[in-house]
Design a protein around this ligand. Structure first.
Ligand SMILES: [Fe+2]
Ligand SMILES: [Fe+2]
Length: 201
């Protein structure tokens, strides 16, 4: 990873220690590198955007998180809040590392709509959206989500199956998600310990 990306990672840490965002961000960053390799796109935009995209959750009260996202969400404005706050935090961090102003503009635009904007505006945007959601198909994301949504293994698998055709924009992400889903279905049971597993499996 480029030294400037390492620096951005370091500065993002104090904002990611909530909602399993440390493990989510680390794995989604690895997934973003994989997608960049196969789909193209600009790592100078995609990598800072994926590292910083969820920093805004730190400013949404923890007890409201499950009202903001997932199958039990009832308050979409709280989800929007994490995007708006994330833009402010990302801008501060990117300025601190003297990032190029034009690049900052594109990164902030991606973060501002990473959940609420349903149509991607560029290939870079698509890759960030796909890397974000692909985590849900990894052992880590699947374990964390089924636990926090109170789902059985089968309900968790069903949620992932249902969204397989709607969540992803790039062909590579669709393929990787389907492969991971097959692996999840083969696993015998849920083991909460693997939620923090940093392996992108
Ligand atoms: Fe998010
Ligand atoms: Fe995310």
């Amino acid at each position: 990873m480029k030294p400037v990306f390492e620096k951005i990672c370091e500065l993002s840490k104090p904002f990611l220690n909530t909602r399993h965002n440390e493990v989510h961000t680390e794995i989604s960053t690895r997934l973003a590198f994989e997608l960049l390799e196969k789909e193209g796109g600009d790592e100078d935009i995609v990598i800072p955007a994926i590292i910083l995209h969820d920093t805004g959750w730190k400013r949404v009260p923890v007890e409201l998180h499950l009202k903001a996202f997932g199958p039990t969400a009832t308050r979409p404005e709280l989800n929007r809040l994490h995007e708006v706050e994330g833009v402010k935090i990302a801008e501060e961090i990117l300025r601190k590392v003297n990032y190029d102003a034009l690049k900052i503009k594109e990164i902030l635009m991606i973060i501002a709509g990473h959940d609420s904007r349903t149509e991607p505006v560029s290939l870079n945007d698509m890759i960030v959206k796909d890397a974000d959601k692909l985590w849900r198909y990894t052992k880590s994301g699947y374990t964390v989500d089924t636990e926090r949504f109170g789902e059985s293994k089968e309900e968790g698998l069903e949620r992932l199956r249902r969204n397989l055709s709607g969540w992803f924009f790039t062909a590579t992400a669709k393929e990787v998600a389907a492969e991971k889903l097959t692996r999840r279905a083969r696993e015998k049971s849920l083991n909460p310990a693997v939620g923090n597993d940093l392996v992108n499996d």
